[in-house]
Design a protein around this ligand. Sequence first.
Ligand code: 13P
Length: 258
Amino acid sequence: MRDIIIAGNWKMNNNTQEAEILVEEIRQNVRSINHVEMILCPPFTSLSKVAELTKETNIKVGAQNIFYEDNGAFTGEISARMIKELCDYVIIGHSERRLLLGETNQVIGKKVVAAIKEGLHIILCVGETLEQRERGETQLVINTQLAESLSKVQEFENITIAYEPVWAIGTGVSASVEDCKKGIRTIRSIIEKMYGTLSMQSSKILYGGSVNPKNIESLLSEAEIDGGLIGGASLDPENFVSIINKSELFYSKTSIND
Ligand code: 13P
């Protein structure tokens, strides 16, 4: 048996009013879901609204980023301590932050430490760009991203890795199942090297990049893929609920460790 994780990364979309409408539509249609861990990651501005609307439901909430300091003169930043009163999850190291905002593995590593200190569950994103893929550097890139951003982490706990090849994000073209498996195997072997076999076996690895209701089944048919980090399709209630419903059917399928 394996529980699937489906997380919606709304990115910079939806004001609070739009967030409310979206959550209402999702909430009503996922009441009978028992085996998919559903996580909504709205922008900071609607985090509190989404937390309120999902209280005592089967939906969990996460932020899309944090800063690594607890508080202080860091204009515009939000700390782990601040989001902890609203949600239990946080996405760290998304490629859009790496590429558009210059986040390095070192910065990401500090954020990971800050999130752990607050007891947040981390969704740590890794993945190669098209150029890196074409140069045959995929494994090296994933290795460096994980090794550097987890360098201060003693135990691999409360961390879910999302493999998000940059070239598959927002393009409408998902990575092939073979590419996903290759990336995810690389991630698991690095976790094993860093934290041992037990941590590797209990690790949850998601895939992200143009996941939609049409390709979710073929992705989840692979025991190695524990769920999805969904961008565009998470903004459409029909698509997101459809992804969740299809994922629920995979509960009884065997897990990688069976
Ligand atoms: P898309 O699903 O829009 O490709 O985005 C994936 C992503 O970046 C999730 O974090």
